[in-house]
Write a protein that binds this ligand. Structure first.
Ligand SMILES: *Cc1c(COP(=O)(O)O)cnc(C)c1O
Length: 794
């Protein structure tokens, strides 16, 4: 544990940076100036550890992890750094001395939203755990100028505006201008002296922007290295002097588009040349950087698999296989076989989805046009694999003139992992069944996790304090210690304290919902929360249809003894995903109607705060009584939102999907509200003709709810024709088939919530048994089963 500075030291350092880094006197400083000064003062406290950690790993010749990901959904950094450096108390005092409002300062920081959802947030949790475990690692990503779009609602419909977090200086990063690499595209391949030489037609420079990621206690820090694209030639001075000012800047404009925007859709194959170029940009820059450092440290390329473990977060960086072979063959003169073995010895691939539309495929002409040398190498890998395995003809990387990135990643990996037990089984049985038969030891499971520093200690300080008081602080780095809470679940005094913490969080959230949305949320109601990307398989539609049906039931019996409920939604729809956008519209329309109904408003309120992001998740999750994890079984690879809620004492209503299965096993089936078809039965049902219509006809509640939408009860019916048509006639995600079970389970929850002793006991047991879902456990699993990397001490 490093030395913790005093409040006076912090106070002085903040004032120092206000003058010397911000150029402002205290009497003129804005919240932004203060936030910058504070961030620099905090950054000073991690830079030393960061440099020392890098030196220690180098001096010890340690094996390193390189985590390649197109997305890092980091959120805000200041609060997290304060927590991990253990500065809460002196910082609170220092801010008090300066007369500053901590919440205002923290809220001044924009979210680093360099990701879409779960996949990007997983990468961010992994970076934090890697540092907290002193595991030497680099995270590699892209420094998008514009992260995930901002969401607003107009007339209930989603409107996207660009996100612009880099419009202001970013205090956490260090630019490393000397780490710059040329990335080529297009052109052609020549043969010179019998060897292939790629002559790219375009090129850009990738420049390193480093952010230290500090671990718990400030004992270790790794680097998140994000690549920014820069032109190889800055300005065509010739054309500029000739007066053609716009054309003169063209190379610059072209280059910058590469790191300009994050693709706002992580669940369909974008099929865009720019996307392929971005993926190659990330991968090539990272591999060139990794090889440069490796050669400096070790020299002998044959040691590569002993010294570097690379993890590909989904197939987005799967071009790493051919790129590494290319660098080893074309730049370092190794024969194909040796290059292939070295590449396969270092690469590993995480699969995140089974949905066919989300598996990346590129046409061979696009791949051959953008990356002609790589297309050759892909064909060599494919042919080599065919010869080595004698595989059947329908198996392989190139099929029907398409390069299948999943197959490429699999074939070039030492280990392939799924992200929950159920998902890994399905990976073996479905997408990679043929390859699994050929390589039965390659697929392993690593169930996802989340970091308890951010998702408990930072976001839920009330609960963190109660945990510290009850079982000590050890849970922060050893989340299994939460087990020691189990006996407290039967202690009425403890349950009361737990209830008070939850209620305080709900009051705080209710104040915010009233101020921001005008929604009156009763803190004694069930806070029922579904926050995640809007997607058909995640079934927000099921949730809002249940709200409509409940609303009707209350109308039928307005003097009934209903359990008040506040339904809270949060999430963005991909801009081109029309059905998801009409679900957003429907939720807002239904909320507008129901919230103002004088008969029901005491019992049912709906809130949909716009622009769900990491910071909003940190506000919402600690205030949840009920976590909605209701995806169609077999569709959600793991989920991590489900884990955050469980740790924060929310009970889950969920299907047997992804990590829900493991959550239920661990917390106990009696402490989890299960409903819905299993993955196997769901697949059969979805394949049965007429399943949707039959299920709707059998459910009076559902049929009524759908009729109300068709009648225009919640805004113009035309807005919902496509959605209604899909539900009646297709319903591939089985909203109708699971509706009655879902509705009935919600009514059981209404009843259970009324017995607060029992409810709080269940909540306590959910917390106590959530230790498995720490990303520390996940990272240890990767370190032992996949990477063979050991922690390093400074
Ligand atoms: C955790 C998290 C997710 C993932 O949520 P799921 O429910 O697992 O899909 C998405 N977005 C944000 C901002 C998160 O914090």
């Amino acid at each position: 544990m490093q030395n913790i500075p005093s409040a006076q030291d912090l106070h002085d350092q903040i004032l120092h940076h206000l003058t010397h880094s911000q150029g402002r006197g205290p009497e003129f400083a804005t919240p932004f100036d203060w936030r910058m000064a504070i961030s620099y003062a905090v950054r000073d406290l991690m830079a030393g550890t960061w440099v020392d950690a890098f030196r220690a790993a180098r001096d010890q010749g340690a094996k390193r992890v390189c985590y390649l990901s197109m997305e890092f959904l980091i959120g805000r950094m200041l609060g997290d750094a304060i927590i991990n450096l253990r500065l809460e108390q002196p910082m609170d005092q220092a801010l008090q001395m300066l007369g500053l409002d901590k919440q205002q300062i923290l809220d001044n920081e924009p979210d680093a939203a360099l990701g879409n959802g779960g996949l990007g947030r997983l990468a961010a949790c992994f970076m934090e755990s890697l540092s907290s475990l002193s595991c030497p690692a680099f995270g590699y990503g892209i420094r998008y100028e514009h992260g995930l779009f901002r969401q607003r609602f107009e007339g209930g419909q989603q409107v996207e505006t660009p996100e612009d977090w880099l419009n202001q200086p970013h205090p956490w990063e260090f630019v490393k201008v000397d780490y710059s690499y040329t990335i080529g595209f297009k052109g052609h391949v020549e043969t010179v002296d019998g060897k292939a030489v790629w002559r790219p037609g375009e090129s850009v420079i990738a420049r390193a922007y480093d952010t230290p990621v500090i671990g718990w206690g400030g004992n270790w820090a790794n680097t998140l290295r994000l690549w920014g694209a820069h032109p190889t030639t800055l300005l065509d001075l010739h054309r500029f002097n000739a007066g053609d000012h716009t054309a003169a800047a063209e190379p610059e404009a072209l280059a910058r588009t590469l790191s300009r925007v994050l693709y706002p859709d992580d669940t369909t194959d974008a099929g865009k040349e720019l996307r392929l170029k971005q993926e190659y940009f990330l991968t090539s820059a990272s591999l060139q950087d990794i090889l440069r450092r490796f050669l400096q440290e070790h020299g002998d390329l044959r040691l590569l698999p002993e010294k570097v473990a690379m993890q590909l977060n989904d197939t987005h960086p799967a071009i790493a296989g051919p790129e590494l072979i290319r660098l080893l063959m074309d730049d370092h003169g190794l024969p194909f076989e040796e290059a292939r073995d070295l590449a396969r010895g270092t690469l590993n691939y995480t699969n995140h989805t089974l949905m066919p539309e989300a598996l990346e495929r590129w046409s061979t002409w696009l791949m051959g046009g953008v990356l002609p040398r790589h297309m050759q190498i892909i064909q060599m890998i494919d042919e080599d694999h065919r010869r080595a395995t004698g595989r059947p003809p329908h198996v392989g990387i190139v099929q029907h003139d398409q390069v299948q990135m999943g197959e490429l990643a699999f074939i070039m990996a030492s280990k392939v992992n799924g992200v929950s037990a159920l998902h890994t089984d399905l990976v073996k049985d479905t997408v990679f069944a043929d390859l699994h038969r050929l390589h039965p030891d390659r697929i392993v499971n690593q169930t996802n996790g989340v970091t308890p520093r951010r998702w408990l200690r930072m976001s839920n300080p009330g609960l963190a304090q109660l945990l510290d008081d009850s079982i000590g602080e050890g849970w922060t780095t050893d989340l299994e210690q939460l087990r020691r809470l189990e006996p407290h679940a039967d202690d009425a005094a403890f349950r009361e304290k737990l209830g008070e913490v939850k209620r305080a969080n709900k009051v705080w959230l209710a104040d915010g919902l009233l101020a921001d949305l005008g929604v009156k949320a009763d803190p004694d109601a069930i806070f029922d929360i579904q926050v995640k990307r809007i997607h058909e398989y995640k079934r927000q539609l099921l949730n809002i249809l249940e709200a409509i049906a409940l609303w009707q039931r209350i109308h039928d019996d307005p003097n009934g003894d209903w359990t008040p409920r506040v339904k809270i939604f949060g999430g963005k729809a991909a801009p081109g995903y029309w059905l998801a956008k009409s679900v957003v519209h429907l939720i807002n329309d239904v909320a507008a109607t129901i919230n103002n109904d004088p008969v029901t408003r005491r019992f049912l309120q709906i809130a949909y705060p716009p622009n769900y992001n990491v910071s909003m998740a940190e506000d919402l999750i600690p205030a949840a009584d009920l976590s909605e994890q209701i995806s169609t079984a077999g569709k959600e690879a793991s989920g991590t939102g489900n884990m955050k809620f469980t740790m924060n004492g929310a009970l889950t209503i969920g299907t047997l999907d992804g990590a829900n299965v493991e959550i239920r096993d661990l917390v106990g089936p009696e402490n989890f509200f299960l409903f819905g078809l299993t993955a196997g039965r769901a697949a059969t049902e979805a394949a049965t003709p007429g399943h949707a219509r039959r299920a709707i006809e059998a459910s009076q509640d559902l049929k009524n709810a759908l009729h109300l939408i068709s009648e225009g009860r919640f805004g113009r019916a035309e807005s919902y024709y496509a959605l209604l048509d899909r539900t009646w006639n297709d319903d591939p995600f089985l909203v109708a088939s699971d509706f009655d079970d879902y509705f009935a389970t919600q009514r059981r929850i209404d009843a259970a919530y009324r017995d607060s002793a029992t409810w709080d006991r269940m909540a306590a047991l959910n917390i106590a048994r959530s230790g498995f879902f720490s990303s520390d456990r996940t990272i240890r699993g990767y370190m032992n089963d996949i990477w063979q990397v050991r922690p390093v001490a400074i």
